[in-house]
Design a protein around this ligand. Structure first.
Ligand code: ZN
Length: 361
């Protein structure tokens, strides 16, 4: 009888979890545009960025789609996405620009990196210049170098967790004219410290105001100047800034289910492991080892299996269902991690299945 009760409870608990997940899934959808045929350092950044954001989807219930075709920027294609990410490119044709303008003017979200905000005298897209806060690309530093950044607003959700200054990994830094800070609609969140000047060797930023992260408060958008080379995601502080910028743009969408209560706020390691699951698994495994040795005379009755005629459950009665629950909960994570490592379809599921078998034996 008690085994039946355990089984029913376990199944009920698991189906509740699966149901709750299914109702909330996906929390939101992101479409990231990137270009494979641009300068090498920008492609390297795109590869890293895609890996980084795909890693964040594990356990967070959001969809991260990518495309290297800017022609996908159409009303029809983007209407279901809560965030468009421009990793190393920007809209080119008139049709793409019109679709982007319409999307942003009707509450769409944008997270742009580095060259995504590039515009010069030949761009001929006044709407975009205004969207970015009025700045036109003026000059850059070269070669890529680390730089000291100053947090301009330590109250804003994107930057409030950051120290007042930090060293950002090497990047090619852009300066804009006029500085977006001169626009009252713009909130600058981080900028280059004047301590960096003169910054660069071949191309030098000698002075001036250089906002690096900002938002135009008329739109749901954040621009981050980082995005050159394969070192961008090498610094925990900067990663925090990037994640918080991403969270903020999504969270500002009134239509989307917010990230507030997401697992994203739980402690995870850089590899994406979820501590709470690891700890729970450890506890159930330890208890499994323990209960097998518990049947010694003298141990308290609540620690062992209750007798068949007793209406109740002991610790030992709970351990195996607990173990099953943890194994079941781990399966989607294991599959997602396998997919992240790009082990193709059926092989992935077979591997996960055998891993579960190995784990259970
Ligand atoms: Zn660059």
């Amino acid at each position: 009888m008690k085994k039946l009760v355990s089984l029913i409870l376990t199944v009920a608990l698991m189906s509740t979890c699966i149901n709750a997940q299914a109702q909330r899934y996906p929390r939101f959808k992101v479409l990231a545009f990137y270009n494979k045929h641009v300068e090498r350092a920008h492609v390297e950044f795109a590869d890293d960025a895609i890996k980084f954001f795909k890693g964040l989807t594990i356990g967070n219930g959001f969809v991260f789609d990518t495309t290297s075709r800017m022609s996908d920027l159409t009303d029809e294609k983007i209407k279901d996405y809560q965030l468009l990410m421009m990793i190393n490119d920007f809209p080119h044709s008139n049709e793409q620009r019109k679709a982007f303008e319409k999307y942003m003017e009707t509450g769409g979200g944008w997270l742009g990196f580095h060259v995504a905000a590039y515009n010069d005298r030949t761009t001929n897209w006044p709407w975009f210049v205004n969207f970015l806060g009025g700045g036109v690309f003026n000059r850059n530093s070269w070669p890529p170098l680390p730089a000291k950044l100053v947090v301009d607003d330590n109250k804003h959700p994107v930057t409030k967790a950051l120290p007042s200054t930090f060293i950002a990994p090497l990047n090619e830094w852009y300066q804009w004219k006029p500085s977006p800070r001169e626009n009252k609609k713009v909130k600058v969140l981080a900028s280059l410290s004047v301590d960096n000047y003169p910054l660069g060797l071949k191309d030098i930023l000698p002075d001036g105001d250089t906002p690096v992260v900002w938002t135009n408060t008329d739109y749901r958008m954040i621009y981050l100047n980082m995005g050159h080379g394969d070192n961008i995601f090498s610094d925990a502080t900067q990663n925090k800034l990037i994640i918080d910028a991403f969270r903020w743009v999504v969270g500002a969408d009134k239509k989307a289910i917010h990230l507030k209560n997401s697992i994203m706020t739980q402690a995870t390691t850089p590899s994406g492991r979820v501590f709470s699951i690891d700890i729970m698994r450890g506890i159930t495994l330890c208890l499994m080892l323990l209960v097998n040795d518990l049947f010694e005379p003298g141990v308290p009755s609540w620690m062992v299996h209750t007798k068949a005629e007793t209406d109740g459950m002991g610790l030992a009665d709970w351990v195996f269902p607990g173990f099953l629950f943890m194994a079941g909960l781990s399966i989607p994570y294991a599959m997602a991690a396998r997919q992240k490592k790009e082990i193709p379809g059926s092989g992935c599921y077979c591997m996960c299945y055998f891993e579960r078998l190995a784990y259970s034996s």
